[in-house]
Design a protein around this ligand. Structure first.
Ligand code: GLU
Length: 473
């Protein structure tokens, strides 16, 4: 495999569960590399040990696997550029820190949090954008040594070259231009010795041969810093594209306030992976084809030029639309598994396909399947209030005719209806609804022609007979 092949990556920090916003970034990166028959890499950015948790890293991998977003290189693999957990790459980073120090491209900074805050405040008060004031850049070698001997633990700051301009062509947002005089010297190594985000994120992209980085637009202003750093280290920067964020219905960035949108929560709620993928692929990417597509088809039609620059609004109704589509298209084995053990127990394997044929359009989540399984195969049937009223209004005679018509025509629902129509003079809803109410206890639901064979003639008969009693009572 040559390095000139497109390589994208997803580089989550395992500080929480995977959220739809991050997932959409991962998905776009996955689709883009797949559209070019490229490579997709997963890297876990766990250098901030105080916030990272191994459990979250595993959960992120589980979520990606659930969605079928497989990676060619990543944790658990002995790929050519591993390890893929940043916490295991300390030696690699040390070499580059040494290089920066030897070439005086970085310097020790002893400023305390308090000093930095004060300086930030006074810059803001003077109407200036806050950036590092350069205090420790002025320290002499002896002053640095003296501080180190006193046991002070410095950060390492990258020296941003003054008076330069960083330009790059953003894959999504087009040409970008930043003046280095507006960028303060930034920390590449924390005082505890761990590498800071700007550093390890950029270095790893370069060392791992990533060609295209797609990430949230909140990283846009980080990019000139990372380009400068890679240039200083003599490493090749990837091309960067910044994707507009996802907002809730009120226009603010999607958060807990808008509902539960971790990938795990969606899967627990019964959303199907294909529904989530079809929805998120279109959230900020414009497809001509509005039909339900496989991940491979979504990849084939993915184009960076079609990624929008304005925030996308998360719309639960759209997600529900794709969920419906996914349930309709899901293959029987997957659907059977998804519906859960209780449904499998009640319906049984022998009736599986007839059950699917009847209830699929009425099922969005496993709980709906359980609802219909219980109605169809569980006694006694519970009638809701509306069904009760309809049965009473239809009257006992209606159900006597219905039982007779059922006996005469067995599973032939059209013939049953036509007989019943003649015998009762009922039309339209007055004909259908009492039947539905007596057979299912509900006033809407699956096609009735499919329900009777599924119920069995015997059970249908018992329920119609119960209708005679309820109507008469
Ligand atoms: N670990 C960073 C994050 O989760 C990665 C940002 C990037 O994609 O470059 O925000």
């Amino acid at each position: 495999m040559t390095e000139s092949r497109t390589k994208t990556r997803f580089a989550p920090s395992p500080t929480g569960m995977l959220h739809v916003g991050n997932l959409r970034t991962a998905l776009f990166s996955w689709l883009f590399s797949a559209s070019r028959d490229g490579t997709f890499l997963l890297r876990i950015e766990d250098t901030d040990q105080s916030r990272s948790e191994a459990d979250y890293a595993r959960a992120i991998e589980t979520d990606l696997e659930w969605l079928g977003l497989n990676w060619h290189e990543g944790p658990g693999m002995r790929g050519p550029h591993g390890p893929y957990l940043q916490s295991e790459r300390g030696d690699i980073y040390r070499n580059y820190f040494d290089l920066l120090e030897q070439q005086q491209l970085a310097y020790h900074c002893f400023c305390s949090e308090q000093q930095l805050n004060l300086s930030r405040k006074s810059q803001l008060a003077a109407g200036q954008p806050p950036r590092y004031s350069g205090t420790c850049l002025k320290l002499t070698r002896d002053e640095v040594i003296a501080r180190l001997e006193r046991g002070l633990r410095p950060t390492l700051r990258f020296r941003v070259p003054p008076g330069a301009t960083v330009m790059f062509d953003d894959l999504v947002r087009g040409p970008q231009r930043f003046e280095t005089d507006h960028i303060g010297d930034f920390v590449v190594r924390r005082s505890d010795g761990t590498p800071a985000f700007f550093f390890c994120n950029a270095v790893d992209d370069a060392l791992m041969g990533v060609t295209h980085v797609l990430r949230g637009e909140d990283h846009l202003t980080n990019t000139p810093r990372q380009i400068l750093l890679l240039e200083a280290l003599g490493l090749t920067a990837p091309r960067y594209g910044h994707i507009a964020m996802i907002v809730g219905s009120d226009g603010t960035p999607l958060s807990k306030r808008h509902g539960s949108f971790s990938v795990h929560e969606l899967s627990e709620a019964g959303y199907l992976p294909d529904a989530v993928i079809n929805y998120l692929a279109r959230l900020g990417h414009n497809y001509d084809d509005n039909s339900f597509l496989s991940t491979a088809a979504l990849a084939a039609q993915f184009q960076l030029e079609r990624v929008g620059r304005v925030p996308s609004q998360f719309d639960p109704a759209q997600l529900m639309h794709w969920q419906r589509e996914a349930v309709i298209r899901s293959d029987a084995v997957a659907l059977w598994e998804w519906m859960g053990e209780d449904v499998r127990h009640i319906v049984t394997e022998a009736r599986r396909d007839a059950f699917f044929d009847a209830v699929r359009p009425n099922v969005l989540f496993p709980k709906d399947a359980l609802h219909w399984a219980t109605i169809l195969f569980h006694e006694p049937l519970a009638l809701n209030d509306a069904a009760h009223t309809i049965i009473r209004n239809a009257g006992a005679a209606f159900f006597e005719h219905a039982v007779r018509a059922l006996d005469a025509h067995r599973g032939d629902f059209a013939a049953l209806l036509s007989d019943l129509k003649q015998a009762t003079n009922a039309r339209g809803k007055a004909l259908f609804l009492p039947l539905r109410a007596a057979l299912t206890g509900e006033t809407d639901g699956p096609e009735m022609a499919q329900l009777i064979p599924l119920l069995s003639i015997e059970r249908a008969r018992r329920r119609l007979q119960a209708g005679i009693n309820s109507a008469g009572s």
